[in-house]
Design a binder for this molecule. Structure first.
Ligand code: F6P
Length: 358
């Protein structure tokens, strides 16, 4: 009997997940492993019957790797240690889940996830003595020990394109355009897209700002003869008073959102400029992956299966200094990788005259 790898996508989706799976399935096939796809993250295994299907190279025809989303489905709201049950309560279903994985004769589990998913899966692996390898994906790019996670490059490309589209309309109407982007507690998307999209102001959660300083920059732009300004703001930026802007969804799930709308009128008042706000939201997670995300996905998918084949577990595959490598999973999730104040990109932005509002 060939040995079996199970693969799942977990947490928020992003572009490039299907390309990761394609690479993993191709490499598994060439090394003689069977691959089972688990649908809907670990939650799919807790359904009755468990939601699994075989994955073969033929399942990845030419179009699948180009598609956004995940053909397996995913969830970011069903932690097996606090699984939601009717009535608003939660229940620990981890032992049940481990028993199901063992019953399916899964020799190794590959999880494509971010920090939250890896915390859950490595805890499960320790508790159930499971063989686990992680592949980093998150548009937030906040996993430590890897320069890039799958999905980030595409999200930055989408945000940059949004700025390219906002610039001519800003110029036509003499407006200040504010673009709110995702990224959770790390400002990587706003920083990269802000530089690439030629904005005047970048607000990220790592750098405190004042509305007065933002207005000073915008007024200086206008005094210099330009009739419009562009600003990008990361969703976790707090109000000047230090409050988070959040939205509460069904089941009490909280997500960042609303800082753009909060700041728009304040900036309009401080600068006397007509101001409009665009919230990019989940558009950053959909669509075809960029070529960089496809390369990353391919390299990481192949490497994850090779680690399994070598019997190396408790590892996360990583992209560091232009090479595919692997690191201990606990090192990748020990801390959220936020924007470092001495990063080249912060220096570059400042050197280009971009204001962080500080
Ligand atoms: O972690 C990825 C991410 O897209 C964040 O940038 C964002 O804050 C969050 O997920 C949105 O989550 P949901 O898809 O549950 O609304």
């Amino acid at each position: 009997m060939p040995k079996q790898i199970a693969i799942l996508t977990s947490g928020g989706d992003c572009a490039g997940l299907n390309a990761v799976m394609r690479a993993a399935v191709y490499r598994a096939d060439s090394l003689g492993w069977k691959v089972l796809g688990i649908e809907n993250g670990t939650a799919g295994l807790l359904d009755s019957p468990p939601r699994i299907r075989g994955l073969k190279p033929a399942d990845f025809n030419a179009s699948v790797m180009r598609q956004g989303g995940t053909i397996l489905g995913t969830t970011n709201t069903r932690n097996p240690f606090r699984y939601p049950v009717p009535g608003g309560e939660t229940r620990d279903r981890s032992e049940e889940l481990i028993a199901i994985i063992k019953g399916l004769k899964i020799d190794a589990l590959i999880g494509i996830g971010g920090d939250g998913s890896f915390e859950i899966m490595s805890r499960l692996a320790t508790q159930g003595n499971l063989n686990f390898v992680g592949i980093p994906k998150t548009i937030d790019n906040d996993l430590d020990m890897t320069d890039f996670s799958v999905g980030f490059d595409t999200a930055v490309a989408v945000a940059t394109e949004a700025l390219d589209r906002l610039q001519p309309t800003a110029a036509s109407h003499d407006r200040v355009m504010i673009l709110e982007v995702m990224g959770r507690d790390a400002g990587h998307i706003a920083l990269s897209a802000g530089i690439a999209g030629g904005v005047d102001v970048i607000l990220i959660p790592e750098i405190p700002y004042t509305v007065e300083n933002i207005a000073k920059k915008i007024n200086a732009v206008k005094a210099g003869g330009r009739n419009f300004a562009l600003m990008i703001v990361s969703e976790a930026v707090k109000t000047p008073e230090g409050n988070k802007r959040q939205v509460v969804y069904q089941g009490g799930e909280k997500r960042y959102g609303g800082i753009g709308e909060f700041l728009g009128p304040k900036i309009a008042e401080a600068t006397g400029s007509e101001t409009r706000v665009t919230v990019l939201g989940h558009v950053q997670r959909g669509g075809a992956p960029t070529y960089n995300d496809r390369l990353l996905a391919s390299g990481l998918g192949v490497k994850a299966v090779e680690l399994v084949n070598e019997g190396k577990f408790g590892r996360m595959v990583a992209w560091r200094h232009n090479e595919v490598t692997d690191v201990a999973i606990e090192d990748a999730i020990r801390q959220c990788r936020v924007v470092s104040m001495d990063s080249s990109l912060v220096h570059t932005a400042r050197a280009l005259g971009i204001s962080f509002g500080d």
